[in-house]
Ligand binder design. Sequence first.
Ligand SMILES: [Cu+2]
Length: 265
Amino acid sequence: MFRGTSLAIVSATLIGLMLGCSKGEQAAPSSGGAPAQSAAAPAGPAGPLGTASITGQIKFLGKAPENPAIDMTEEPQCKAKYTSMPHQPIVVVNPNGTLANVFIYIKSGLPAGAHYAPPSTPVELDQEGCRYHPRVFGIMVGQELAIKNSDPLLHNIKAMGKLNRPFNISQPTANMTTDRAFTASEVMLPFECNVHGWMHAYGGVLPHPFFATTGTDGTFTIAKLPAGTYTLEAWHEQYGTQDVTVTVADNESKTVTLQFGAHSS
Ligand SMILES: [Cu+2]
């Protein structure tokens, strides 16, 4: 899955803590005890939500590598959507020096046996301009993934899970949507297009709602956590993973800064 064999030297720093400040931006299932709609959701009491949160930023060290260009000559309808040669969005460094498309999630520390019902809203994975949008995303076990084709041409999406059953779906025309869901946790589950070799996406499938993906400001928020000690993992498709342990109390918000960087050699 990873493109580089040598991972960057990375460091994690706990910068400090801010009290009583929970942004609450993380998508989470309603805490109102809404009934689970998914057949994949096992019966049992709802997993605990809390008042703690972990926020942070993924910083990028060094010089951003140039991403491979995509030759879309064979697909003029996609090529026409770009004013210049598009590149694969593998290493996306934001203007503020942070890294986008990093998936951050609670790897361990939740109460054993805790069950969280997936939200009823699907995650959308769009194929537009012969690229996936988003390239990196999180989804809960049992939550619908709405796979959409916004291009007037054939895409064939292939999910290459090891813990989830692989699938291969042909979408020959525009505005087709196909729904799928996943039965097992898997970080990360790769997707690719059989027609366009440059199309790649990665989904983190989790049994709980405590995950986030960095965007244009490189920040993340994981909210509504029960008090506890957690292992937080950050994943990037080129730079691999790094873990950090964070302890939060009720009503506490801690800030974590992680650093990924281009390896120098
Ligand atoms: Cu395609």
